[in-house]
Design a protein around this ligand. Structure first.
Ligand SMILES: Cc1cc2nc3c(=O)[nH]c(=O)nc-3n(C[C@H](O)[C@H](O)[C@H](O)COP(=O)(O)O)c2cc1C
Ligand code: SF4
Length: 505
């Protein structure tokens, strides 16, 4: 009998290690032949710890499982969900980037290969740099870190730059509130990120890569380091990759713990050992990035999606999606929601489907009031706009932004004035200090919202004016996008701003 128990940190936080230990003890006491395989998570966090059992006729899912459930689990008397693929939340997904996550042992390279791993790299090895870059361009892949910049165009710029050394930098800072896709893939299928980075190196002519990984992800750091060691050991990294005479090596660098260090130029400064302050652009990192050399900076999900594009072909990937948003989006459903987790699907699903159908509404049972899409710099979207399809341009047209595809759900007890204040305060705390509209504007923003809360109606046009200055005058999106949550709160939920006024009167 084989038992699959996640070692993902969300599952561990919900007791997966205790369950694994209880299984081990119970099996020993019963003298049962049980193999425990620690996997990543399937992404249905409300069912964690989710245990799968294979008694020889396929995997059957149980969850949430506690240590107390283990005897019944082994007896075969515990109620289960059937195969994971039959659970509606899972059945409705299109898993491309996350196809192996939760299925394989993350640190078993042979298991990885058995499930399609390294097929893409083997194909890329036989292609020229220009052909590799063209494949990425044809796939329509856009940066999943936030800006949605076409990955192929970025790679082309680096490929065409002449330099003695080029770099691939993976942005694993994952600072957006309510997001966890980067962590999930690094803990659950690290070789896919490694494979993506090697293909990127072959494509642009870089021989060295770094994963800039946030310090708050100790499990992901440990898994990535071990996966890099194994990949190097087995010839998938380092000199002469898979006998190709090409080389690429990489290492993990632990982040310094600032939201702004996720901004690519600030990240590069931090990676160079400097203070994480934003650099003015130009020069673009693609031309003068890490140590002044041409550098690809890509998000974890962008890079982890590269292998499947090469495995199945650019067209297969591009066939999913809508408009200029091609392929799949890895939604992270969080906040006050009944069923939170990772949902990978073709672009085009509506916000209402995600929050109400998949998420099952709020966890509190109260009506949904708003969803913040795209992290702390994303707009609060009211229920009236839930018909909005999730795509870069489509959300932009509704005054929103997709960002890293995190969705944080709020029920009707939320006070949107407080959320607007929080956005300004977050900007003040996290500002790198380089430019005045953000450094000073965010502090003035908190003060102005406090005036509104005290009932000063004159402060409302002042806040609008301040937001315009921040939008137009900030050097990067931290100062430049903070007005999204602030103004969306003010525009969509004016009552919360008026109520405060009445209360003060
Ligand atoms: C304040 C700020 C924070 C950011 N944080 C992240 C982050 O945590 N992870 C990330 O991938 N991109 C982040 N970005 C976006 C990066 O600057 C950059 O666009 C991205 O790493 C490029 O990779 P992609 O094209 O694959 O998305 C942030 C941007 C800003 C302005
Ligand atoms: S907008 Fe804020 S974080 Fe960005 S460069 Fe200016 S001060 Fe720094």
């Amino acid at each position: 009998m084989k038992l699959y128990i996640p070692m993902d940190s969300a599952a561990k936080a919900l007791g997966a290690d205790d369950v694994a230990e209880a299984v081990r003890r119970e099996a020993e006491a019963r003298d049962l032949d049980v193999t425990i395989i620690r996997t990543g998570t399937r992404g249905m966090i409300w069912l964690e710890p989710l245990v799968e059992i294979d008694r020889g006729n396929g995997r059957e899912a149980f969850g949430p499982v506690t240590s107390k459930d283990v005897p019944a689990l082994l007896d075969g008397t515990l109620d289960g969900h059937g195969p994971v693929e039959n659970i509606p939340f899972f059945a409705r997904q299109t898993r491309l980037t996350f196809a192996r996550c939760g299925v394989i042992d993350p640190l078993d390279l042979a298991d990885y290969e058995k499930h399609g791993g390294l097929v893409g790299l083997r194909r890329a090895i036989d292609l020229s740099s220009a052909e590799i870059v063209a494949e990425v361009t044809d796939s329509g892949l856009r940066g999943r870190g936030g800006a949605g910049f076409p990955t192929g165009i970025k790679w082309k710029t680096v490929m065409e730059a002449e330099a003695p050394q080029k770099y691939i930098v993976c942005n694993a800072d994952e600072g957006d509130s309510g997001t966890f896709a980067d962590r999930m893939i690094m803990e659950g299928d690290p070789f896919t990120l490694i494979e993506g980075m090697v293909i990127a190196g072959l494509g642009v002519g870089a021989t060295k890569g770094y994963v800039y990984l946030r310090s708050e992800y100790p499990d992901a750091i440990a898994v990535m380091n071990e996966a890099i060691r194994i990949a190097r050991d087995k010839g998938a990294l380092g000199e002469d990759i898979l006998g190709s005479k090409r080389s690429f090596d990489m290492e993990v660098r632990v982040g310094a713990g600032a939201y702004v260090c996720g901004e690519e130029t600030s990240l590069l400064n931090s990676l160079e050992g400097k203070r994480g302050v934003v650099r003015a652009k130009p020069p673009l990192p693609a031309l003068e990035g890490f140590l002044g050399r041409p550098t690809v900076v890509n998000n974890v999900i962008s890079l982890a999606t590269i292998p499947v594009i090469f495995e199945r072909g650019a067209q297969h990937y591009a066939d999913f999606g809508m408009g200029r948003s091609r392929g799949t989006v890895t939604l992270q459903i969080a906040g006050n929601v009944a069923r939170g987790g990772l949902f990978e699907t073709a672009f085009g699903i509506t916000l209402g489907e995600v929050v109400n159908d998949l998420g099952g509404g709020t966890r509190s049972g109260q009506p949904v009031k708003a969803v913040q899409v795209g992290g702390p710099l994303g707009a609060y979207i009211p229920v009236a706009n839930f018909d909005a399809p999730l795509g870069y341009e489509e959300l932009d047209a509704r005054g929103g932004l997709l960002g890293h595809a995190g969705l944080t759900v709020f029920d009707d007890s939320v006070d949107m004035l407080k959320m607007a204040r929080f956005a300004m305060e977050f900007c003040a705390v996290e500002s790198c200090g380089k430019c005045t509209p953000c450094r000073i504007g965010s502090v003035r923003g908190v003060e102005t919202i406090d005036r509104i809360a005290r009932g000063d109606a004159d402060a409302i046009p002042l806040l609008t004016d301040l937001c315009e200055t921040m939008t137009d005058g900030s050097l990067c999106a931290l100062g430049g996008f903070t007005p999204f949550p602030v103004m969306s709160a003010l525009n969509h939920f004016p009552d919360d701003f008026a109520t405060q006024k009445e209360a003060a009167e």
